[in-house]
Write a protein that binds this ligand. Structure first.
Ligand SMILES: CC(=O)SCCNC(=O)CCNC(=O)[C@H](O)C(C)(C)COP(=O)(O)OP(=O)(O)OC[C@H]1O[C@@H](n2cnc3c(N)ncnc32)[C@H](O)[C@@H]1OP(=O)(O)O
Ligand SMILES: CC(C)C(=O)C(=O)O
Length: 516
């Protein structure tokens, strides 16, 4: 069996717009429709014209402008709605009237208060009226998956007799499961006379997170149109996500021999266009278009990715228009990814340097959720020096307030073990510097103190630069930490350790050199 074509029916502008907070005005709908045309969807359901004058105008404008795809408009199975839908669509190159009526006993009894016979009559009349305007008529049996299967056979038989060209079998409340849905499609294909001459469509909601799985199961059972929305927006938990349906069919063509006409490289941009228009961001772990869809954080995965991307990616980010794979450096990363990033930043590290950098990196990643390039540069600048840490910060405590002296308590590790001192000062930094002086026996005079945040966010790393004079000689020191008092002490100690190193080695003050 060759590859068969699946019609992608996009309902972002209709069912998608029913997503709370996703209403779009005429300009926004037009902008989105243009992007959907670029994406290459087969059908754009542009709106529900009877709902409002704005929706009518949007459907009309899209029908006038987007000439390539079929433009569909939704309407209830009543004359007023059908007439209004046609009025909005009449200038479309390829118009489709999409009319619907609920067919489940629950909806018939409680919502429509109609008998099955009355429903069949409304379907006959509604589809017939739509057909009098337009060749292309879709009929949806709302709540089909909770409808009696034999009654559905009657419903679709009537719809075909009245002229429907597309029969939609919606899982309106996201209730079905793949196996059952496939069986329903098969049941209809076996029982509805003339069904081979029309297109079977599916429209799945995501209440149980099964919208895409159900859509694919239905396709395997014979459905040839999938109704879906960009980013999966839609009533309640949303609709089947267009990008997931399209990419599942593309990536797994080996088991599902179906093709779509979607220009896959436009997927990401389309997703972003919608997010920008609605202001509703895509969840980070959303398949295909989420920020993390092509991000790898853990060391084992990153090592695999660096060896060959096929180890952990089933499609390339470029294939859906995402610029690149992202190796996120964080708590779970390993040496391979770290070395690679240092190399990209212009700091190729040898094994010993890498081990040291990795130690600093893991320490920092216990404090920060994500490590940015600036953090790595701080590690190189602050950590990869060859200055022996004669005095090493063990612990630190500082208190300060508006009506009290600041006090600092510092514990340093030395060759002879840990030692602790306290001191007071004008502020917490001044107090901890004084405590350090007591511990080292050196008296430093602060010449310069600069601090800046080198990463963004509330947990930013602050980098402190100090110039400290010891016995008439100035030494620079740098320190970085998410805690600015700690960064200050580290910078001060860095300068102090340089003094001791310089004195012992009888060397001039050292500066850390980054590799070119
Ligand atoms: C599953 C889906 O997504 S269906 C599409 C949902 N989309 C929308 O509802 C679009 C936005 N809706 C609207 O603007 C309004 O609801 C309108 C203009 C459609 C109707 O507004 P109102 O006339 O005030 O009716 P309301 O929405 O309160 O109730 C729906 C009415 O439509 C009837 N109805 C519902 N579905 C259908 C149908 N497919 N065919 C015929 N009548 C229907 C209901 O029985 C009810 O009728 P009643 O007023 O005689 O009791
Ligand atoms: C009108 C139909 C297609 C619908 O939106 C649904 O059943 O969810």
């Amino acid at each position: 069996m060759g590859t068969q074509r699946i019609t992608i029916f996009d309902t972002t502008l209709r069912d998608g717009e029913q997503s709370p907070g996703c209403s779009m005005n005429l300009d926004e709908k037009l902008q989105m429709a243009r992007q959907l045309e670029v994406l290459g969807v087969d059908v754009i359901e542009a709106g529900f014209p009877v709902a409002s004058d704005d929706d009518f105008a949007a459907v009309q404008a899209i029908a006038r402008e987007c000439r390539k795809p079929v433009i569909a408009a939704l309407c209830r199975a009543i004359p007023r709605d059908i007439d209004r839908a046609w009025e909005a669509l009449r200038e479309a190159e390829r118009p489709r009237i999409h009319t619907f009526l609920a067919t489940s006993d629950i909806h018939l009894a409680y919502k429509l208060q109609k008998t099955r016979e009355e429903a069949l009559e409304m379907i006959r009349e509604g589809v017939g009226r739509a057909k009098s305007y337009c060749d292309d008529v879709e009929f949806s049996a709302e709540d089909a998956t909770r409808s009696d299967w034999d009654f559905l056979v009657e419903v679709f038989t009537v719809a075909i007799e009245a002229g429907a060209t597309v029969l939609n079998v919606p899982d309106t409340v996201g209730y079905t499961v793949p196996d059952e849905y496939a069986k329903l499609i098969t049941h209809l294909r076996e029982r509805v006379p003339g069904i081979d001459g029309v297109t079977i469509s599916v429209h799945c909601h995501n209440d149980l997170g099964l919208a895409v799985a159900n859509s694919l199961a239905a396709v395997s059972a014979g459905a040839r149109q999938v109704e879906c929305t960009v980013n999966g927006i839609g009533e309640r938990a949303g609709n089947a996500a267009l990008e997931e349906v399209v990419m599942a069919l593309s990536v797994r063509r080996d088991v599902m021999p179906f093709a779509t006409g979607v220009n896959q490289e436009a997927i990401y941009r389309t997703s972003q266009t919608l997010a920008n228009i609605t202001g509703i961001e895509v969840q980070p772990n959303k398949a295909i278009v989420g920020r993390n869809a092509f991000a790898h954080e853990s060391g084992i995965h990153q090592h695999g990715m660096l060896s060959h991307r096929s180890t952990y990616e089933i499609m390339t980010p470029e294939s859906v228009g995402v610029r690149r794979t992202h190796l996120v450096l964080g708590k779970h990363s390993g040496r391979h990814a770290l070395a690679k990033r240092f190399e990209e930043l212009g700091y190729p590290l040898d094994r010993a340097e890498l081990d040291k950098a990795y130690k600093l990196f893991t320490k920092l990643s216990d404090q920060k959720k994500e490590i940015f390039d600036e953090d790595l540069l701080a590690i190189v600048r602050d950590g990869l020096t060859h200055i022996p840490e004669t005095f090493k910060l063990r612990a630190l405590q500082a208190t300060a307030g508006t009506s009290m002296f600041a006090t600092g308590l510092v514990t340093l590790a030395t060759d002879e073990g840990d030692a602790t001192e306290t001191a007071m000062g004008d502020g917490p930094v001044n107090a901890v510097f004084a405590a350090v002086d007591k511990l080292t026996g050196l008296k430093g005079r602060l010449l310069d103190f600069r601090i800046h945040a080198i990463t963004g966010g509330a947990d930013a790393v602050g980098e402190v630069f100090v110039q400290v004079e010891f016995d008439g000689v100035a030494h620079g020191g740098k320190g970085a930490s998410t805690d600015i008092v700690e960064a200050s002490v580290r910078a001060y100690l860095n300068a102090t350790n340089k003094v001791l190193f310089a004195r012992r080695a009888a060397l001039a003050p050292l500066e850390i050199q980054a590799r070119p």
